[in-house]
Every structure is written in C-alpha cells, then in structure tokens.
Write a protein that binds this ligand. Structure first.
Ligand code: SAM
Length: 257
C-alpha cells in the first residue's frame, strides 16, 4: 500500500471514531510541528544502554532470583495454539515483548493487578494473564487499534479464550485509556509499557504508570532505545534500572523502592 493511501485510510478510519479524535489531533500537531522530537536523545541512550545491558536470563536471575524458562516451553500447548492464531491472522501487527520477563515479574510480585499499554496480537497480555489467573488477578490493557488496517477486532487475537475473563481491554489512546483504567484500579503490582514509541508519549506515560505502581512492584518498558525517555525518566527519579538487550532492541526494568 502506498504511503499516501495508508495515511488517507488511517485518517478516514479516525473520522469514524469520535472517541479517538483527541489522539488524531495530537498526531496531526506532532506530524506538522514536532516530527523529529519522537527520537530525542536516541544516540545518547543507545550508548548508555549498550554499556550496561545484560541478557533477559541474567536480569530475571538478578532481579527475581529465578531461572528463565522459555515461555514457549513452559506453556507449550497454549503457546503453539497462539502461534497458529497469529499465523492465520489477516492483520499484521507489532511483535511480542520479552514474555519470560513479564511472566517472571508477575510471579515475583504475586500480582493481583497488572497494567500494560500496547496489546497488538496480545503476546504480553497472554504472558501476564497466564500468571494472574492463578490468583484470580486482573490485567488492564490500553491499546489504540490499527485503524488503517481495520484491525480493531484482532487486538489481543492470540490471548487464550479461558484467560479473557481476567482481562479488561481499553480501546483508546493511552492518554484517554489510562485515566479510565485508574478509575477502576489505583495500584498495580506490575506495569508494562509497549505502546506509543515517541519521546513525549513515553515520558508522559512513565510518570502516570510510576505513580500507580506499588512499592516493590516491577516497572518494564519495551523499546527504550527509540529515544532517551526511559533513561531521562530514571535519572530524574534517581532510579538505577536494569537494561536488557533483547532481539536487537533494549528493554528497561526496575523494582520500585
Ligand atoms: C509493539 S505493539 C504491542 C505488542 C504487545 N505488547 C505484545 O507483546 O504482543 C504496540 C501497540 O501499541 C499500540 N499503540 C500505539 N500508540 C498507542 C497509543 N498512543 N495509545 C495506545 N496504544 C497505542 C499499537 O496500536 C500497537 O497495538
């Protein structure tokens, strides 16, 4: 699909969804006035991240005192079913985060409430719910659907049906979803950020997620290498995070003091 056609399709899809007008306005302003601000500090952060990065196995071991068991082996049957669903999905969406890390964080904190931004196929949702349901806990997710692709109905496509009763999905942009989620639940054991990858959106959401993370809770952010929002947020709050090198990108994680 050509770029012009894609942008036009996305624009008209937005027009059909008044609840997403605030995000449409923000996107227009960002694209006109602030196009490069999304990548602010990228070079600095990549240098910093590469100097301290460890593997997912080391991070799970150091932070949670556990071995890293591949999610695809620990939940082999469910994983294969999810993979088959992804392969037959007519819409192509963003890839999975570090499932072992998410699952281990939920187990470590004995989570009852987890908040994530960014669902797409729902791999991270699947990992969190797999742990949460053993305690009848709940996952609150925010995801702004793939409007240009008519992808709304496929958000969370790989999440097993029997886990969905413990899942609350808010289908708006984070700036609208997060305040709604906080009306239902104020404190979380684990927060996982994996949605808007622009500096401003990340920095804003980190502040919101951090405020609502309990002491001893785990904060995870995917794709911290796109700009310096995660590094700047940690420095501002005197947090010493663990950085994980994962499939050609970096993930940031810390336990809240
Ligand atoms: C990388 S994917 C998430 C992958 C998912 N965590 C997983 O492990 O399978 C990013 C998702 O964030 C959503 N997204 C992007 N910007 C957003 C925003 N401002 N608010 C809410 N969701 C957003 C995209 O629509 C996409 O579904």
């Amino acid at each position: 699909m050509s770029e012009v056609l894609r942008v036009t399709k996305t624009f008209f899809a937005y027009l059909k969804r008044p609840d997403l007008y605030p995000e449409l306005g923000r996107k227009i302003i960002k694209n006109i006035f602030n196009r490069n601000a999304a990548f602010k500090g990228k070079e600095k952060t990549n240098f910093w991240a590469s100097s301290i990065a460890v593997t997912q196995e080391t991070a799970i071991n150091n932070l949670f005192g556990k071995d890293c068991i591949p999610f695809s082996e620990q939940f082999a049957t469910e994983f294969q079913t999810a993979l088959q669903k992804q392969n037959t999905c007519p819409i192509k969406m963003g890839g999975a985060g570090a499932l072992e890390l998410i699952y281990a964080a939920c187990e470590y904190t004995q989570s009852k409430n987890v908040l994530e931004t960014g669902v797409a196929y729902g791999w991270s949702s699947f990992a969190a719910l797999q742990s949460l349901t053993t305690r009848n806990g709940h996952l609150y997710s925010s995801d702004m659907p793939y409007l240009g692709q008519d992808g709304d109905q496929y958000v969370g496509y790989v999440v097993p049906e029997d886990l969905k009763k413990n899942w609350r999905l808010f289908r708006h942009a984070d700036r609208e979803s997060l305040p709604k989620i906080f009306l239902y639940q104020k404190e979380f054991d684990v927060v996982h950020y994996d949605s808007d990858k622009a500096y401003e959106g990340m920095f804003w959401a980190y502040g919101e997620l951090y405020k609502h993370l309990r002491k001893g809770g785990v904060f995870i952010s995917d794709d911290i290498n796109d700009n310096s929002a995660f590094q700047d947020f940690c420095e501002k709050n005197a947090i010493e995070p663990t950085v994980i090198s994962f499939e050609g990108k970096y993930i940031g994680v810390f336990v809240k003091d």
